[in-house]
Design a protein around this ligand. Structure first.
Ligand SMILES: C[S@@+](CC[C@H](N)C(=O)[O-])C[C@H]1O[C@@H](n2cnc3c(N)ncnc32)[C@H](O)[C@@H]1O
Length: 211
């Protein structure tokens, strides 16, 4: 898959921007997204104190405004959006509010509960499934021979519970840790639908890959 478009971020991970007025969003939608981002950051702040201070955890939140910039031009009817590692659900709920048919897969069951609560608060139809975004039987075999999966957790594949294989999705979004991008691109090559897009929130911004 080749990178097609990039949305640059100066300060990934610490940026807490609101949806820009220049995006021309409907004011009611902009207000809901602003509240969603604020709620997401408040949940993150609590999570950071209550969970991450005690034990390392792979969840760090995206630059939500940057993901919004990347999603807006992709809006179209009947687009299936999947988030790999949906954590507190902010990105999938945002995708739903933008009109995508949105689903998140998250391996940490407690985060799945958090994301469902947040979806209820926003009257969002985004679905959240507990399990792994890695299809059953997949093995990462890079040319270097080092097939370790970094922070990507091992668990039961979520697709059977979801009722949709990976190839049913038009847009897949993830925020990988550095070094995990190649495996995610390989997953899309192996299981993604031809024409599907992979959006990766990388260190310097959101990059859109297309086959
Ligand atoms: C860097 S965080 C990204 C959070 C969110 N997607 C965002 O952009 O704000 C990665 C998330 O992936 C989850 N995760 C790790 N391995 C996973 C797996 N195999 N399947 C599903 N989720 C996984 C982690 O628990 C964590 O919540």
């Amino acid at each position: 898959m080749e990178p097609r478009q990039e949305y640059e971020s100066a300060d990934v991970g610490r940026h807490r921007g609101a949806p820009s007025p220049e995006l021309g969003l409907d004011p009611a939608l902009r207000a809901r997204l602003t509240a969603l981002f604020d709620d997401g950051w408040a949940i993150w702040d609590r999570f950071d104190i209550e969970v991450r201070r005690e034990h390392w955890h792979p969840f760090v939140p995206a630059d939500y405004a940057l993901v919004l910039d990347a999603l807006l031009p992709l809006r179209a009817p009947n687009i299936r959006f999947l988030e790999w590692g949906s954590a507190t659900g902010v990105v999938s709920i945002m995708a739903d509010l933008l009109g995508f048919d949105a689903t998140g897969i998250e391996i940490d069951a407690q985060l799945v509960a958090t994301s469902r609560d947040l979806a209820t608060r926003y009257e969002s139809r985004a679905r959240f499934v507990a399990g792994s975004f890695v299809p059953a039987g997949y093995r990462w075999k890079p040319p270097t021979g080092d097939g370790r999966l970094g922070t990507i957790g091992d668990g039961t594949s979520a697709y059977p519970a979801l009722g949709h294989p990976l190839e049913d999705f038009d847009i897949v979004y993830a925020y990988p840790w550095i070094g995990e991008e190649a495996m995610m691109l390989d997953l899309m090559r192996c299981y993604g639908r031809r024409g599907a897009r992979l959006l990766l929130h990388e260190n310097d911004g959101v990059r859109i890959y297309e086959p």
